[in-house]
Design a protein around this ligand. Structure first.
Ligand SMILES: *Cc1c(COP(=O)(O)O)cnc(C)c1O
Length: 441
């Protein structure tokens, strides 16, 4: 990028009249004007920006303004938006039809490629969203163990199925309380919510009712309350408890899968879960997700076994083509090393910019995932994440948007870097952040 372009990117994006009008229209027909609540600007204020197109590292709005994108459609765009290889593969698939409702060869090709990256996993079932993957993995765990109870961690997100829409009350361990109207108490009661990174708290639950616990479901690196890495030995300890009690360990790698490393975080920490949930990256921008595991578990899924699960559009050829092309790009030489380097440079740039402005900021990153919180304390669990300064995040969010950088509109989200981001893009984001921190201090 030339200096002129850099200045253009840094210019104050004054008004977005087309977005304002489009959102007002959207609110007439869509609840809250959006089709997923994370897209609303509820926690940062202002009006959501309506997008016309995405390409590489950039996102363009319907007012014709361009931003450097650090959301990447919430993770899938690891190779950059609309990568020519992915678009070509999708075009090629589309020519042969959109959905067969019958087996296609690419289902097997993508399954084989994904499973080659997950040691101990023999089979998988494709579904259409991360929500479905987690919901189905939990059903399988309950079916295979004949038990009802599951453990989840506060601040971990596993989609919007009833049994996962629960939160902890106060305290390290609580029976789930519904976080949404419409979730039955009886359902929530089968979910026990435990503080993330708190091994003692998990132990207590097992001491009380270990033989009733079908599964522990966990984000091996938490990415839905900022970015929180597991405490040393935490995943190993969960593995040990599950082995002792005959409980199914489910890694929800919908976000971390093929994002933090080839395969997922399990290949970084060396702990093998019994089931893995995937989504986001494996569909390369199409609605594709999956749950995977050893034959002894996956062969209990219908029609091979008695645990029912189905999907009209599951494994459709267009999604499979997008996923295959995306994962083939991820297999390129040095792909994750490059992504990691870009992401850590961005994290360091944020940290330095904040330090220079005298602002307390905690940053962390892994692979192509970056988190930052306006806090003077390390962030280890949901309570810590809540205690961060979210008003300050809201001001930072708008300061960045006005400087041409697209962040998720919530202080609880991670940022995603793609292989299409150049060093110049990263420099421009750091410059924007440094200037935003100065303005805020
Ligand atoms: C995004 C996400 C989900 C839900 O996936 P959807 O496709 O939005 O249903 C589940 N678990 C984790 C860890 C996620 O990040």
């Amino acid at each position: 990028m030339t200096t002129d372009q850099q200045i253009a990117t840094m210019r104050t994006h004054a008004g977005r009249p087309a977005s304002e009008a489009a959102f007002a229209q959207a609110c007439r027909f869509l609840p809250g004007g959006v089709n997923s609540p994370v897209r609303a600007f509820g926690s940062v204020g202002g009006t959501p920006v309506t997008v016309s197109s995405v390409c590489g590292a950039y996102i363009e709005d319907i007012d014709g303004q361009r931003y450097i994108d650090l959301v990447g459609s919430w993770g899938p765009a690891i190779a950059g938006h609309a990568h020519p290889d992915v678009i070509a593969a999708v075009h090629d698939a589309v020519k042969r039809g959109l959905s067969f409702g019958a087996p296609c060869e690419d289902e097997t090709h993508l399954a084989e490629l994904i499973l080659s990256a997950l040691p101990g996993h023999d089979r998988l079932r494709f579904v259409n969203s991360g929500t479905e993957a987690c919901m189905s993995a939990l059903r399988l765990a309950r079916g295979a163990t004949g038990r009802q109870q599951v453990i989840k961690f506060s601040g971990n997100y596993h989609g919007h199925s009833d049994s996962m829409l629960v939160a902890a009350g106060s305290g390290a361990v609580t029976h789930g309380v519904p976080t949404s109207l419409g979730v039955c108490e009886a359902t929530a009661n089968n979910t026990t919510v435990v503080r993330y990174n708190d091994a003692d708290a998990v132990t207590k639950v097992f001491e009380q009712m270990g033989s009733e616990i079908a599964a522990i479901i966990v984000e091996p690196v938490a990415g839905n309350m900022g970015l929180i890495k597991p405490a040393a030995g935490f995943q190993e300890y969960l593995r040990k408890l599950c082995d002792t009690w005959g409980t199914v360990l489910i890694f929800d790698e919908v976000m971390t899968g093929f994002r933090v490393a080839w395969g997922g975080y399990q290949n970084v920490c060396g702990v093998q879960p019994d089931l893995t949930c995937l989504g986001k990256v494996i569909g390369g921008g199409m609605p594709v997700a999956a749950y995977a595991g050893p034959a002894r578990l996956l062969d209990q899924v219908s029609p091979a076994g008695p645990v029912y699960q189905a999907g009209t559009l599951s494994g459709n050829p267009v999604g499979m083509a997008a996923g295959l092309a995306t994962l083939q790009l991820c297999q390129g030489d040095g792909f994750y090393e490059h992504l990691t380097k870009l992401t850590s440079r961005l994290a360091e740039g944020f940290a330095e910019g904040a330090r220079d402005a005298g602002i307390n900021l905690v940053t962390d990153c892994i692979g192509g995932m970056l988190g930052f919180s306006f806090s003077s304390q390390p962030i280890c669990n949901f309570e810590d994440a809540q205690a961060a300064d979210h008003d300050r995040f809201g001001r930072f969010f708008h300061a960045m948007l006005d400087r041409g950088v697209w962040l998720a509109p919530s202080g609880y989200e991670a940022c995603f870097v793609s292989a299409a981001h150049t060093d110049t893009d990263i420099d421009a984001v750091i410059a924007a952040a440094t200037s935003a921190f100065q303005e805020m201090s």
